[in-house]
Design a protein around this ligand. Sequence first.
Ligand SMILES: Cc1cc2nc3c(=O)[nH]c(=O)nc-3n(C[C@H](O)[C@H](O)[C@H](O)COP(=O)(O)OP(=O)(O)OC[C@H]3O[C@@H](n4cnc5c(N)ncnc54)[C@H](O)[C@@H]3O)c2cc1C
Length: 296
Amino acid sequence: MVKLMSKCIVIGAGPGGMSAAIYLKRAGIDVILIEKMVPGGEMLKTNKIENYLGFDSIDGGELALRMSSQVKDLGIEIIRDDITDISYDNTFIVTGLKNKYQADYVIIATGRVPRKLGLDMEEALLNRGISYCATCDGAFYKGKEVAIVGGGDSALTEALYLSDICLKVYVLVRKDLKASDILQNRVKNKDNIVILKNVSVSQFISSDSLTGVLLNDGRKLDVNGLFIAIGGTPDISFLKNLNVDTINGYIKTDDKMRTNIKGLYAVGDVRYKDFYQIITAASDGAIAALSIREDD
Ligand SMILES: Cc1cc2nc3c(=O)[nH]c(=O)nc-3n(C[C@H](O)[C@H](O)[C@H](O)COP(=O)(O)OP(=O)(O)OC[C@H]3O[C@@H](n4cnc5c(N)ncnc54)[C@H](O)[C@@H]3O)c2cc1C
């Protein structure tokens, strides 16, 4: 394994990580940005972003591309690797599936992974009817009936996207909708979106793939696709060797993005905070980079 060295390593190339890398580079701090998939993070899951400063409306993929171009144009290399462990021995040793890396400072910007319903067959039916991303998989359900679980902004964004592709879209909400009024109004104006409140999925019905779901009130919905949009939780198993303070599974930081471990920072959806948005992730990234400049 090659060991690559840098003053700072940013793990995760979503808006939080990319913003941090840009601020670090511009502050003259040597930085490596490591991403296990492609740059963009959760932005790649949405086709329409209408609340990011400077754009009335922009496709998530387009915004991701603009951010990653800015990163690359500054000469910051985005290394593709999946980080599995971080340890500390005078410096941080960051281990990925491909390489080992060494740095004085590490910024965790790994976001969160979709929360599962936790029902039997959920894993087995993944990509055979069950999905956690409408913009990624919606096209497979063209002209079919589908359902979405969840009542927040993400769920309604996905419902609107699917309503242009699918015959009918059921939105299954455990209690009431929590999404913004703008999204709720748009959904109300769509004839093929049906909101079912006070329901939950109790069982998947399938043969080789999903053919329907059974609801807690006994109703059966014949749907070919079920999109689960009930938020997420961070996967920070790679921090098992550092005693990082967390709150409800999210990394605890101060307002300068410092964790309880000296030299380790966390930004964006992976950290415990009130609002999980692109602009707040980007803001966190900028703050972490400027804090490192101050702390160094
Ligand atoms: C459907 C949907 C619609 C949304 N719409 C909006 C919207 O309209 N406006 C808005 O402001 N926000 C929206 N959001 C929320 C927004 O996308 C997130 O708050 C934001 O992307 C968080 O940024 P982040 O950088 O913290 O994490 P992420 O964007 O999740 O990026 C984390 C990155 O880290 C990488 N990573 C994870 N683990 C590792 C590892 N071990 N090694 C290497 N890399 C790793 C991931 O592959 C990923 O690229 C939406 C979210 C969803 C799901």
